[in-house]
Design a protein around this ligand. Structure first.
Ligand code: PEP
Ligand code: MG
Length: 875
């Protein structure tokens, strides 16, 4: 039997998201619930995948089924495509499993042509409406399907308005709109070189292809990468009977959330426009009215809508984001989905739903996107400064957070300035999907037009970027890159601060302060703690980082990169002396200076961690990162070493490596200079003894981690040095301190030889930054230069340095775990590469049985939530 590529709304349900996409599955579910849904059909996500497999063609089988379903739809509707009595008009919309703003959104009024529009105009008492629908359709089809570009049509509208001496679209008459429709058709022919298609089936197939194509446009690809959505999912296409919100003053259209998507508060929130079609609301062109006002305008439709909202929330047990249209007083539901929300709202809604008895704690933990938490962990404006500063404007608080930056006026500038290291605020009349990369690069986004559901607001909330929208007080001159607000003219490069939580705009730079885990955040984290198995440690190199990480819930330090302790102040001097020593004596003299500094830092780390495990990794820097490059520093070093500048330059030259990442670094430094490991061991052990003495109830047990091991004998050699030194220190202090020596697994050979290596390693920790670099054989520092080409050619979907390559690098990890545990079943194993804070990688770490992940302090809560979700998903 042929595969089924098309489903009527009556044939699906909400469980079929993978096949029907989110929109399609929910249209089917609402149909099943008996809600007023204009009927139609969904072409599956598999048809999209097949389209690409067939070389961007809709094959005969799929085409045949679409045609069959058009007939079924015509039967249900009692209307026919292109019919002169009773023409069928449809909307065509994309709908992937996860909603994606980068994709094609909507084509309305499809099915209209010269003949049909005349019929509509004659039959309805409203010819203006008929011609308006037609010119909109030509405009949308040309723009969205054929990519002609909106501006040509807007220019034509402006021309006709000018000729008539009017300024508002609503003042265009039926005849004006008819004239425009014909001008649009001519414009289409000029741009495309063919007549505008009049056959509704041709129009439909072109629109379907456009939806499929939009799955692969650059914006969608960027969005997918940022949101961990696989290319292989494909998008579905929904073809739905039109209902008209622009039939007159008893018609309208709107969007609404069952709870506030910015704060989570439980009240209906939304916007509508009377006598309008859907895109008027989201495009932010006309300023919509608040949903509450619908109560006065159309009480019956409003009451029905409120009832449906309640029903949908009860059914989905989550906040819903809905689109509706009222056609001549009758309400229709066009969409429902679990609404996108800010991190703050996500926590509030999850806690409220638990308190309302709607969902379990487990469901609450599952429904929060860990990546979203990021925004809550980032700074807010200092409340004192807020009290003492007058805002220069206020608009909609569209996406929370505090942002300060220099004003830029377009997405390209935002991206460009950001790449140069500038913080920018993107100020736009309104944003469109083309602006995504610029929005991502910006600290904050400010728009002149648009409501809470405008593109800017929705996308910024998704990205966790601060956004203030709809600031109509701004008088904007985009061409000349200036705007005026509160009497002040702002130019490109001027500083501006935005508070996305209040919608307030401030001149200049306001001080910020760190966020803390309290209230609902704390509640959710406590639930996450209950369900997760993986421990979450942090990568912290300084006592300050360690303290922050502890506050954010870190259960240990998984990686202290000891070389990073030398980045600050004049500490680097002693470090450079050590690197640029000629003799063991010189090196030992430099190490003597370093020892107390390191010991002091280690003491503070143990203090901050209050008896929780602390893994200290011995020196691992590619030395080139530390050698002085400017003359003044070279001179300073020469003086300190009692050498000439020329001598130092010679040493620096001799340190030059062609491939420093694979050069004289990691444990290789100890093999050549054992005195370095001796000094570090002394610092670790002395610090631990001191802190243990001061806190007898703590279990201070340092974990000494050797980097870049590739061979059993190599580890044995280094370990002997460590153990000899440590045991001597412990004996001399009369202490009974316990310590462990383990290794990073970050070279493929170490993973393959892990059984041999485990003989001397009490623990393993995967350094997946190097392991990824060395498994792929490309540089972690330079991959950015060619990764884009790899994305464009679909060789890679993601950056393997961000999202763990589970099948390749992951296979090495699984091998190492199996081999290691075969020798030492109780060894603890963790990960401390960047992947330790990436939710999908955390899930993998859970599945392969790691004991902990370690990540940067701000990602600790994210990793904890991801770990709980992994445990719940794999229960
Ligand atoms: C790693 O390689 O994954 C690691 C944690 O070490 P570093 O990033 O310091 O090389
Ligand atoms: Mg490494």
């Amino acid at each position: 039997m042929a595969k089924k590529w098309v489903y009527l709304f009556t044939e699906g349900n909400t469980e079929m998201k993978n096949l029907l996409g989110g929109k399609g599955a929910n249209l089917a579910e609402m149909t099943n619930l008996g809600l007023p849904v204009p009927q139609g059909f969904t072409i599956t996500t598999e048809a999209c995948t097949q389209y690409y497999e067939d070389g961007e063609k809709i094959n005969d089988e799929i085409m045949g089924q679409i045609m069959e379903y058009i007939e079924k739809m015509e039967e249900i509707a009692g209307k026919k495509f292109g019919d002169k009595e009773n023409p069928l008009l449809v909307s065509v919309r994309s709908g992937a499993r996860a909603s994606m703003p980068g994709m094609m959104d909507t084509i309305l009024n499809l099915g209209l042509n010269e003949e049909v529009v005349e019929v509509l105009a004659a039959k309805s008492s409203n010819p203006r409406w008929a011609w308006d629908c037609y010119r909109r359709f030509i405009q949308m089809f040309s723009d969205v399907v054929m990519e002609v570009g909106k501006k040509f049509f807007e220019e034509l509208i402006d021309r006709v308005k000018k000729e008539k001496g009017i300024t508002e679209d609503v003042d265009l008459t039926a005849d004006d709109l008819k004239k425009l429709a014909y001008l649009f058709r001519e414009e289409y022919k000029v741009k495309i070189g063919k007549d505008f298609p009049d056959d509704p089936k041709t129009q439909l197939m072109e629109a379907v292809k456009a939806v499929f194509r939009s799955w692969d446009n650059p914006r969608a690809n960027v969005y997918r990468r940022d949101n961990d959505i696989p290319y292989s999912w494909g998008t579905a296409v929904n073809v739905q009977m039109m209902v008209f919100g622009n039939l007159g003053e008893t018609s309208g259209t709107g969007v609404a959330f069952t709870r506030n998507p910015a704060t989570g508060e439980k009240h209906l929130m939304g916007e509508f426009l009377m006598n309008a079609q859907g895109e008027d609301v989201v495009a932010g062109v006309r300023t919509p009215r608040k949903i509450d006002q619908l109560k006065e305008v159309m009480p019956e439709a409003y009451n029905k809508f409120v009832e449906i909202c309640g029903k949908l929330e009860d059914h989905y047990r989550d906040m819903q984001d809905m689109e509706f249209t009222i056609e001549d007083t009758k309400l229709y539901m066009l969409q429902t989905r679990n609404g996108k929300r800010t991190a703050k709202a996500a926590l509030t809604i999850a806690c409220d739903l638990v308190d309302e008895g709607m969902i379990s704690e487990e469901k609450a933990v599952k429904m929060i996107d860990p990546r979203n938490l990021d925004t809550l962990l980032h700074p807010q404006f200092d409340s004192e400064a807020l009290k003492n500063t007058e805002p220069i404007g206020k608009a909609l608080a569209a996406s929370p957070g505090a942002a300060c930056g220099k004003v830029v006026f377009n997405a390209d500038d935002a991206k460009c300035w950001h790449e140069k290291g500038e913080k920018v605020i993107l100020v736009r009349l309104e944003t469109s999907p083309e602006d995504i990369e610029g929005m991502k690069a910006a600290q904050g986004i400010l728009t002149v037009r648009g409501g809470m559901t405008s593109h800017a607001a929705v996308v910024a909330r998704g990205m966790g970027t601060c956004c203030v929208s709809g600031c109509s007080e701004i008088s904007m001159d985009e061409d000349n890159k200036t705007f005026t607000l509160a009497g002040k003219e702002f130019h490109e490069g001027d500083w501006l601060s935005l508070d996305g939580s209040t919608g307030k705009i401030y001149d200049g730079v306001l001080p910020t302060m760190d966020a803390t885990i309290v209230g609902e955040f704390g509640r959710i984290m406590a639930w996450a703690d209950k369900y997760r198995r993986l421990k979450v440690r942090t990568n912290a190199d300084t006592p300050a980082d360690a303290k922050k990480a502890r506050e954010l819930g870190a259960e240990g330090i998984g990686l202290c990169r000891t070389e990073h302790m030398f980045f600050e102040g004049d500490r680097i001097d002693a470090f450079r002396e050590m690197i640029c020593s000629d003799t063991v004596e010189e090196r030992e003299a430099a190490l003597e200076k370093i020892l107390p500094v390191q010991q002091g830092d280690f003491e503070k780390l143990y203090e901050a961690l209050e008896g929780n495990p602390v893994t200290i990794r011995f020196l691992d820097p590619p030395l080139h990162e530390f050698v002085p490059t400017d003359e003044e520093d070279i001179k300073k070093l020469a003086d300190a070493q009692g050498k000439t500048v020329a001598q130092i330059k010679n040493i620096i030259n001799s340190l030059h490596e062609f491939n420093p990442m694979m050069g004289h670094r990691g444990c290789r430094l100890t093999v050549t200079y054992p005195e370095i490991a001796r000094m570090q061991t002394k610092a670790v052990i002395r610090a631990a003894i001191n802190v243990q003495k001061a806190h007898e109830d703590w279990n201070v047990c340092p974990e000494i981690m050797i980097p870049l091991i590739c061979d059993e004998k190599e580890l044995k050699f280094v370990k002997n040095i460590v153990v000899e030194t440590a045991d001597a220190e412990i004996a001399a202090a009369g202490s009974n301190l316990k310590y462990e020596v383990g290794t990073m697994i970050e070279i493929p050979r170490a993973a393959l030889m892990a059984d041999d290596i485990a003989k001397d390693a009490e623990f393993f920790c995967f350094g997946t930054n190097d392991l990824t670099q060395m498994t792929y054989g490309f540089s972690r520092d330079d991959a950015g230069k060619f990764l884009n080409a790899y994305y464009n050619t679909k060789i890679f979907e993601n950056d393997p340095f961000t999202k763990l390559d589970q099948i390749g690098v992951g296979k090495l990890m699984e091998t190492a775990i199996k081999l290691g545990k075969s020798v030492r079943p109780d060894m603890h194993i963790g990960i401390c590469g960047e992947h330790g804070g990436d939710p999908s990688s955390v899930e993998f770490c859970h599945k392969i049985g790691l004991d902990y992940v370690s990540c940067s302090p701000f990602r600790v809560p994210i990793a904890k939530l991801a770990a709980a979700q992994a445990a719940l998903a794999n229960k």
